[in-house]
Design a protein around this ligand. Structure first.
Ligand code: PRP
Ligand code: MG
Length: 211
């Protein structure tokens, strides 16, 4: 039987995504949160689930290693992957912001130094505003950068706002809303539409609360 490969981001949104799939009747038999296994099959074997690093989901889908991916809008935007984005699963809702010490805003200096895990999104945002920046790519704990003088501001994700608050930083500008999205490989969308279309329909119904 033909199957579709679904790439899912490991990490904080994985459980909610698996819950949503269960709600629409797709069960992965031996899946449990603490498992170190990276490949699972749905009970009817029509879906092969692979767990990949969140940041890599768009690449797997663009290259066709996965037909479908479920990934954060943050990683989809940052990757610039050429894929179809077809559904907002409304999981992991948060936003991209420019943040820093409140006194730095509005920006007065000629050349801002901006730290971020997302250099492409950062550069795009400031390019749109006509502000020249120097980007410092970090891999985490980005809030530290303005505190110790590594950068003037940061571009990062805010969910509850606690990390900013506890580090004396404020939101200076909103950049983009983020949530988990369903993406599809362009070729697979055509060649496997008989499997992909019903899957999307079921997910849509699940999101609207229909059985
Ligand atoms: C993320 C993000 C922010 C924080 C936002 O960091 O980069 O720092 O969560 O959440 P909050 O608004 O609810 O505080 P994460 O915990 O993933 O760590 P990392 O940035 O060090 O990878
Ligand atoms: Mg962080």
């Amino acid at each position: 039987m033909e199957s579709i490969t679904l790439a899912l981001a490991k990490g904080r949104t994985a459980e909610s995504t698996i819950d949503l799939l269960q709600k629409i009747g797709i069960h992965f038999e031996d899946f449990h949160e603490d498992s170190r296994k990276l490949v699972f099959y749905s009970e009817d074997t029509s879906i092969k689930l692979i767990f990949v690093k969140a940041v890599d989901v768009p690449t797997y889908v663009e290259k066709g290693a996965a037909d479908i991916g479920i990934a954060g809008k943050d990683n989809i935007l940052e990757s610039g992957a050429d894929v179809y984005e077809l559904l907002d699963l409304k999981i992991g809702q948060c936003k991209f912001v420019v943040a820093g010490k409140p006194e730095i805003y509005p920006f007065a200096q000629q050349r801002l130094i901006v730290a971020s895990k997302y250099p492409n999104i950062t550069e795009q945002h400031f390019r749109n505003k006509g502000i020249t920046i120097e980007t410092v790519k970090l891999n985490g704990s980005v809030e530290l950068a303005p505190l110790i003088g590594l950068s003037d501001v940061i571009v990062d994700i805010v969910e509850t706002g606690n990390t900013l608050k506890e580090n004396g930083l404020s939101v200076l500008e909103d950049v983009e809303k983020i949530s988990t999205r369903l993406i599809v490989n362009k070729a697979s969308f055509a060649t496997k539409s008989q499997l992909i279309q019903p899957f999307i329909k079921r997910l849509e119904a699940g999101l609207e609360g229909k059985p």
